[in-house]
Design a binder for this molecule. Sequence first.
Ligand code: ZN
Length: 269
Amino acid sequence: MMKPIRVLIAKPGLDGHDRGALIIAQALRDHGMEVIYTGLRQSAIQIARAAVQEDVDVIGLSSLSGAHKSLFPKVMTALKEQGADDIPVIGGGVIPAEDIPFLEEAGVAKIFTSGSPTKDIAVFIEKLVRKETLEPPKKIAHIGIAVKSIEDALPFYQNSLGLPLKGVEEVETEQVRVAFLKIGETMLELLEPLQDTSPIHTFLEKRGEGIHHIAFEVEDIEERLAQYKSQGIRLIHEEPKTGAHDSQIAFLHPKAANGVLVELCQPKE
Ligand code: ZN
C-alpha cells in the first residue's frame, strides 16, 4: 500500500473562524489522508516551519478574512526561505474568483472557491501529490452547430464568411453527416442528422437549429474520463468512441458544464 498523503491545513492571519478548515480536514481524513491542523492565527513563518517539521506532501491554506492576497504570498515566501518551496500549496475559504489569477501566479497550485465539493479537493490533492494532475484542454477543437441540411447552411459559412470547407464525412456512431469549416486554429462542425434516431434529429426537434456542443481537444481522454467519473461529474460516455477523422471522443452531460454539452476530442496521432 502507498503511504498516506500528509496534509497541513493552516489558517494564516487573524480571522477567528475555523469551521470550514475543520470540515476540509475531516473530509481529507475520510479520504485516507493524514491531516495536521495548525490551529488559528498562524504566521506565515509558523506555517512554513510546521510544514517542514511535519514533512507534509501538501499545504492547504484557508482564509475567510479577505486578506488572502497578502497572506498567501507571504506563506509562499516563507516556504522559499525554509527551502521548502517544493511543497505544493492549495487555498480555499472565502476567495472571490477575481483574486484567483493573482494567487495562482504567486505560486498557489489551485484555489478552490466556496462551492467546491470536498471530494474535488481530495481528488486534486491525490493527483497533485502523485504528479498526475491533468493538463488543461489544449484548445477548442471545434464548435458543433446543428443544421437541417449542410447544403442549405453552407452558403452563409462558406460564401458569406468565406471559411474554407475542409471536408464532409459521415459519423456512424452518431448517425450524422458532418462538415468541417476551418476558422483560425479551430473548426466549425455543421451537423446534419442521417436518421430520425440521431441525437441531432432529437435536438433539432426540441430546440431547432443552433449551437449544439463545444469540443475541447485533450491528450488524455481515458484518464480524464476516469478522473471525472471518480469526481462524480456526470458523463454521457464513460469510454471514448470513434468520432470524425478517427478521433476518440466522449460527451459530458450538459449538467456538468452549466448547460453546455461538452465533447472531449483526442485527435488521431
Ligand atoms: Zn463534435
